[in-house]
Ligand binder design. Structure first.
Ligand code: TYM
Length: 329
C-alpha cells in the first residue's frame, strides 16, 4: 500500500493540521510506503516574503520530523525539489475543464477575498492532483477541507486513464474519524486555520505551554455547564473532540468523566493533555532546527526517493500521450 500527502509551509502549524493530518501520517508509516511533501510551490499562489518562505519551509521540515515522520522510512521532501510536479500539472491543466476549477469552493472563497490574484489560485487543485498522481498512491490522508480537491484529483486521473489508457492509480481520500475538522476556539463555526484573523482561537504546535493553556481556558463554550457533544454546543463539542484526539480516549468516556464537573476542570485537563502532547515535539523541533545541514540532507534524501517514482510516472504519461521521448546520446 502506498500513501501520499502534502502540507503548505506557510503559517505556524496548528492542532487542526496535527490531528487532521500529521499525526495520521506518522501512524501510517508502519502500514504503508509513505510520501510526504512540503508544498512550497502551492504557497506561491499568494505573495510570499522570500526569507520568510525559506524559514517556514525548514521549520516545517523540522516540525514534521519532530512529530514522528521518520525520514528513513518515509520520503519527506520539498515539492520544488522534484520538477515532475509542475511538469505533470501542465499536462493535467490542459485536460481539466475551466468550469470545474472555477466552482471549487476554496477558490471561490479565496478569490472573493482578493482584489486581484494570479492564475495559480485557480489551477492550484490541478497541481495538487499532480502531486498525488505522480506517486500512484492508494490513499491520501487529509482533513475534511481537502475532500473536494481529492475528488478533482480522482476525476482528473479517471479522465486521463479513459482517454489515454491506464496511467494513474485513482486514489481514495482518508479522512480521520475524530478531529477531521478542528474548529477555531474563539469562533467554533470556523475551521481552525493558519490564516485566521485572530490568533486567540488557534492552538499552534509551537505555542509556549502557558500561551496554550490560556487559549484553552478562554475557549468559547456556552452558558451551560454540561460537557456533552451536541449540535447546539459547537464550542464544547470541538473541545471534546480535541481531548479525544490528544489522549486517544473515546469521546463518550470523556463526557461521563466530566458529567458533573462543569467546564473549568475539563478545560484544565484538556490543556494539560495538549501540553503533554506538544512538549516532546517542541523539544525535538528545537534540536532539529538548530542543524540546517542535517535538515537539508534529510530533504535531499527524500527528494531522491520521490524523484525515482515521479520520473517513472511522468515518463509513462508522456508515452501514453504521444510525446516523443528524448533519444539517449
Ligand atoms: P494545508 O497545508 O492547508 O493543510 C495540511 C493538512 O491539514 C489539514 N487541516 C485540518 N484538519 C483538521 N482540522 C483543521 N482545522 C485543519 N486545517 C488543516 C488539511 O486537511 C490537510 O490535510 N491543498 C493542501 C496541501 C496539498 C496536498 C497535496 C494535500 C498540496 N498537495 C497533495 C494532500 C495531497 C493544503 O493546503 O493543506
Amino acid at each position: 500500500m502506498r500513501i501520499l500527502s502534502g502540507i503548505q509551509p506557510t503559517g505556524d502549524k496548528h492542532l487542526g493540521n496535527y490531528f487532521g493530518a500529521i499525526m495520521r501520517w506518522a501512524e501510517q508509516q508502519d502500514e504503508a510506503e509513505c510520501f510526504y511533501t512540503i508544498v512550497d510551490l502551492h504557497a506561491l499562489t499568494f505573495p510570499q516574503e522570500p526569507a520568510e518562505l525559506r524559514r517556514s519551509t525548514l521549520d516545517l521540515a523540522a516540525l514534521l520530523v519532530a512529530s514522528g515522520i521518520d525520514p528513513d522510512r518515509s520520503a519527506l521532501f520539498v515539492q520544488s525539489h522534484v520538477p515532475e510536479h509542475p511538469r505533470l500539472a501542465w499536462i493535467l491543466e490542459c485536460m481539466t475543464p475551466y468550469g470545474d476549477l472555477r466552482r471549487m469552493p476554496q477558490y471561490r472563497e479565496k478569490s472573493e477575498r482578493q482584489a486581484s490574484f494570479g492564475v495559480g489560485l485557480l489551477t492550484y487543485p490541478v497541481l495538487q492532483a499532480a502531486d498525488i498522481l505522480l506517486y500512484q498512491p492508494d490513499t491520501v490522508p487529509v482533513g475534511e477541507d481537502q475532500r473536494q480537491h481529492l475528488e478533482l484529483a480522482r476525476d482528473v486521473a479517471q479522465r486521463f486513464n479513459n482517454r489515454y489508457g491506464e496511467t494513474f492509480t485513482v486514489p481514495v481520500a482518508t479522512v480521520p474519524q475524530t478531529a477531521a475538522k478542528v474548529m477555531d476556539l474563539q469562533d467554533p463555526s470556523s475551521r481552525m486555520s493558519t490564516s485566521a484573523d485572530s490568533d486567540a482561537g488557534v492552538i499552534r504546535l509551537l505555542d509556549p505551554p502557558d500561551a496554550l493553556r490560556k487559549k484553552i481556558r478562554s475557549a468559547v463554550t456556552d452558558s451551560g455547564r454540561e460537557v456533552v457533544r451536541s449540535p447546539d454546543k459547537a464550542g464544547v463539542s470541538n473541545l471534546i473532540e480535541l481531548f479525544s484526539a490528544a489522549t486517544g480516549e473515546p469521546e463518550s468516556e470523556i463526557e461521563s468523566r466530566y458529567a458533573d464537573t462543569g467546564y473549568g476542570p475539563f478545560k484544565a485537563d484538556l490543556a494539560e493533555a495538549v501540553v503533554e502532547l506538544v512538549t516532546p515535539i517542541q523539544t525535538r523541533f528545537a534540536e532539529l532546527r538548530a542543524d540546517e545541514t542535517e535538515l537539508g540532507e534529510i530533504l535531499a534524501k527524500g527528494a531522491m526517493k520521490a524523484h525515482a517514482v515521479a520520473a517513472q510516472t511522468l515518463a509513462r504519461a508522456h508515452e501514453n500521450l504521444g510525446l516523443v521521448a528524448p533519444t539517449q546520446p
